[in-house]
Design a protein. Structure first.
Length: 431
């Protein structure tokens, strides 16, 4: 790797740093962070022990697959509240419960109306031995429903009525008005149950949640320099040809914070400013894009160094939102990065290349999570800015002194007085 001559990790430049900047930070279980050596926090080095105490891993609010790691408890009247919104409850439920309710809704409706048909036949006397179908013509008996023998035949008639199968052997007659009313009622109930359950199954199958399975986030986030600034970067990608329209990416930092009054906010959320390729967080999402958070004075990571990342406990939640081109529904994909998933001194490798044979841009997703080590200062962005500022001041002073010496060495005449403004780096000559 080639070192940046302006980087604090270079030997000839670090001699110009004040003493407080030359303090070498300590990493867990092993001495010092050597200049030019980079320790990704996902390596074994970052998970070592310090002072004999095992470092606890950060508890996630958002799992890597996007699921919220939230457990709700002690909710009053929880079942009643969920039953009042039965449709959403069944859509959110697991498939086995949805299919169980789907099956039971039909079976119970068949059994319920079969019992009603049996009661109608029983009260009318159609189940008497002399009134059974074989004796009806001889006894001049007109039943409520033809060809009803027992509860089994009532159950079959219930299924035929509810689903309008119409085999033709069992039909209602004009003898019982209640039978005509129940037939109409069961037809309506059957259509309602079928529409409700089919709607639930369709909603589960077309949920935008499933579209997130083809939206990718890089396994690690990286920290490196870009245009002279320390940047936190992660990569997002889409596997499908149908695009996410109006895609936007947000990132939030979750960590503890103490207020001026001493209150501890254990899960304080801070919005991180993101951009990509000179644009804001709204993406033209046709290939994998690297999202960049510049660590400047407005960034909460402005005073965080490589060693601090190993010790601090925080979580960066990243959210990708947009409209599915094929369905028009809005989808949201989520992931997160803990301190053990931030690699300091790494950069993502390019994965988009033009394929001349296929006449198109080819994306190699095998390199989606691949990174390469690059020279990166181990200090914080704040210390880096102070270092660059000290270098600028030193060069300004040296330039001023050089110009003074050149003027004093002029052969024709020497200045009577030289006045120098060290603050602005300018000087004036009085003859």
């Amino acid at each position: 790797m080639h070192a940046d001559p302006e980087s604090p990790s270079c030997k000839e430049e670090t001699q110009l740093l004040p003493d407080e900047w030359l303090k070498v930070k300590t990493v867990p279980g092993n001495g010092n962070l050597s200049p030019g050596v980079y320790y990704p926090t996902g390596s074994k080095r970052s998970r070592s022990h310090r002072h004999g105490v095992t470092r606890r891993t950060r508890r996630r609010a958002i799992l890597k697959n996007g699921e919220c790691n939230i457990l709700k408890s002690r909710i009053s009247q929880r079942r009643l509240k969920f039953l009042q919104d039965m449709f959403t409850t069944l859509v959110d439920a697991q498939w086995r419960w949805t299919l169980l309710v789907f099956t039971l809704s039909f079976i119970l409706s068949w059994l319920g109306f079969a019992l009603i048909w049996w009661l109608i036949a029983f009260t009318h006397g159609d189940l008497e031995p002399e009134h059974l179908p074989g004796n009806q013509e001889a006894n001049n008996w007109k039943p409520c429903v033809f060809n009803i023998f027992d509860f089994t035949s009532c159950f079959l008639f219930s299924i035929e009525t509810q689903h309008t199968i119409g085999y033709g052997s069992r039909t209602t007659t004009e003898e019982c008005p209640e039978a005509i009313f129940i037939m109409c009622l069961q037809s309506i109930v059957g259509v309602m149950i079928q529409a409700f359950m089919v709607g639930i199954v369709f909603a589960k199958m077309t949920r935008p949640k499933h579209r997130t399975q083809t939206l990718l986030f890089s396994k690690y986030a990286v920290v490196c320099q870009r245009d002279g600034e320390l940047c936190l970067m992660f990569r997002v990608g889409d596997l499908r040809k149908s695009h996410i329209i109006g895609a936007s990416v947000r990132a939030q930092l979750i960590r503890s914070r103490r207020t001026k009054e001493g209150e501890v906010l254990s899960h304080y959320q801070t919005e991180l400013e993101l951009n990509a390729d000179g644009c804001d967080s709204n993406l033209f999402f046709i290939w994998p894009i690297t999202m960049v958070h510049r660590i400047n004075r407005e960034s909460p990571f402005y005073g965080v160094s490589a060693a601090d990342v190993l010790q601090e406990r925080f979580e960066i939640v990243v959210i990708l939102e947009g409209t599915i081109e094929s369905t028009g529904q809005t989808t949201q994909a989520r992931s997160s990065y803990t301190t053990s998933e931030i690699m300091w001194g790494h950069r993502f490798v390019p994965l988009v290349m033009y394929n001349r044979e296929r006449q198109g841009y080819e994306v190699d997703y095998s390199k989606f999570d691949e990174t390469t080590q690059v020279d990166t200062p181990l200090c914080s962005a704040k210390e880096l800015d102070e270092f660059y500022g000290s270098q600028a001041d030193r060069r300004s002073i040296e330039s001023t002194e050089h110009h003074q010496q050149m003027i004093l060495k002029m052969p024709d005449r020497a200045p009577a007085a030289v006045q120098t403004d060290h603050k602005d780096g300018d000087f004036t000559v009085t003859l």
